[in-house]
Design a protein around this ligand. Structure first.
Ligand code: SF4
Length: 214
């Protein structure tokens, strides 16, 4: 079976058995953006607690968070782990939007994909996965997000080599799927679900997994 067909089969099996994942779990583009930074190196439960802390005191807006000293921000996001580093990264992102775009988040997100991606990647602490998560889930732009689960699932199914990097895996999806924001949105979310529930690093539960035998 060709790569395009295999990817389509993987998507269909996951979607049929697991249903829509309703990603990203955030109410506004700003919340999605904050979540994309906070989720680095931690699980989503911890991110939720950090976001609830910010929401609970009315700080989950560009204006409010920009006015907050970084040390205090770190305290609010402590549940997400690496809180000093992440507070610094959030500060870098907010400063970029405030200085470069007059604090207009929508104007920042409304830029062409290549421009916005380049700008995001120029911000210290924003790598490809974080940048692409913001592009896809906050700006609704068609780019495929790659994470550890994606790499693991594809390599276990011999679609990529163990040593494939971010760009190579991203190209595999984008070269073989229609350029479709909603498809990329759902596909990545489903891969995260499969990785999280079945395709664990040790002892994958293939017998129960929608991708068994693919
Ligand atoms: S758990 Fe097994 S069947 Fe499921 S994605 Fe991982 S390797 Fe494939």
């Amino acid at each position: 079976m060709k790569t395009a067909e295999r990817l389509q089969t993987i998507y269909t099996l996951m979607y049929d058995q697991l249903g829509p994942q309703h990603w990203w779990p955030g109410e506004t583009p700003f919340e999605v953006m904050v979540g994309a930074i906070l989720t680095q190196n931690t699980n989503w439960k911890n991110v939720e607690r950090a976001i609830e802390n910010l929401k609970g005191v009315g700080l989950l807006s560009l204006e409010a968070l920009s006015a907050l000293p970084t040390g205090l921000l770190a305290e609010y996001i402590r549940p997400a782990g690496y809180y000093n580093i992440k507070a610094g990264r959030l500060h870098n992102l907010l400063t970029f939007i405030n200085d470069g775009h007059g604090g207009d988040l929508q104007a920042f997100l409304d830029q062409p994909l290549a421009t916005l991606r380049e700008q995001l990647l120029s911000i210290k602490g924003v790598g490809p996965e974080t940048a692409d998560s913001i592009l896809l889930y906050a700006a609704n732009l068609p780019i495929f997000v790659v994470d550890t689960y994606t790499h693991r699932i594809l390599s276990r199914h011999q679609l990529v080599d163990e040593d494939f990097g971010y760009v190579e895996i991203q190209e595999l999806f984008m070269d073989n799927l229609a350029c479709d924001t909603q498809l990329y949105n759902e596909f990545h979310a489903l891969l995260v679900r499969v990785g999280n529930v079945y395709c664990k690093k040790k002892n994958p539960d293939c017998a129960a997994c929608p991708l068994q035998g693919v």
